[in-house]
Design a protein around this ligand. Structure first.
Ligand SMILES: [Zn+2]
Ligand SMILES: [Zn+2]
Length: 237
């Protein structure tokens, strides 16, 4: 059995209550089996502001933002279901670090809904996690997300479409300017993507540096068009 599946099985005691009818993860209200009650679901920080089509940061009338005009990222568009604000941040952390897989289901459903009207990709690739990080956490949250979205939208997922070849310092502790250098050459991909539209999936997009670096790698494999699909977009203060 792979490290991955044994980690999932070892986590089963944590997951058990998630399969049974349970209370709303946010307010605790008795709820017929969904992870969030309708009120909490409606109150999530949906990303509905006019936004740059390329990076999903708020922009006037939905025009390309100044940053994308000057330094276009290597991907063509970003779709984000939410902004990374309370209580979305708490839900993502519960899922990522607390193994609360139920928190993922409504988030993946919201992302699936968000991308429905967007150009349909040929394949999905999840943001890879370095093997060391994967061993620590037991699962790759982006891959778990991508599996649900792939199923919801009936799209093929390349589960090992890209790999992280360098164990980089966690981006979180780095000044924003150092993040790009930290990630250069961090990914590899051996799949032929010539002529393909690829959607990259991740849970949170902060600066977009990881997605940009991954997109550069996918372009080298021939990807014609690249979308970034993320659950939540961090907005500047
Ligand atoms: Zn609730
Ligand atoms: Zn932009």
């Amino acid at each position: 059995m792979s490290n991955y599946s044994s980690a999932i099985l070892n986590g089963c005691t944590n997951f058990n209550h998630l399969i049974l009818p349970h209370d709303c993860l946010l307010c605790g209200a008795a709820n017929g089996g969904d992870a969030l009650c309708p009120a909490c679901h409606a109150d999530l920080p949906w990303h509905q502001a006019a936004q740059c089509p390329r990076c999903a940061l708020p922009s006037t009338a939905g025009a390309l933002c100044g940053h994308c005009l000057q330094h276009a990222p290597a991907f063509d568009r970003t779709l984000a279901a939410f902004t990374y604000d309370f209580p979305l941040d708490a839900l993502i952390q519960a899922f990522k670090y607390g193994h609360q897989l139920a928190a993922l289901v409504p988030l993946a459903a919201a992302l699936s809904q968000r991308v429905l009207a967007a150009p349909r990709p040929d394949v999905l690739i999840a943001m890879p996690l370095h093997p060391l990080r994967l061993r620590e956490r037991g699962f790759n949250q982006a891959l778990e997300l991508a599996k649900i979205v792939a199923k919801n939208l009936d799209l093929p997922l390349l589960p090992h479409g890209a790999t992280r070849i360098r164990a980089t310092a966690p981006q979180v502790g780095l000044p924003w300017k150092q993040r790009a250098g930290n990630l250069r050459g961090a990914f590899s991909c051996s799949v032929d993507l010539h002529g393909k539209h690829v959607a990259m999936l991740d849970d949170v997009m902060t600066t977009g540096t990881s997605l940009h670096e991954l997109a550069l790698t996918l372009r080298r494999q021939g990807a014609r068009e690249i979308s970034a699909w993320v659950v939540a977009r961090t907005l500047p203060d």
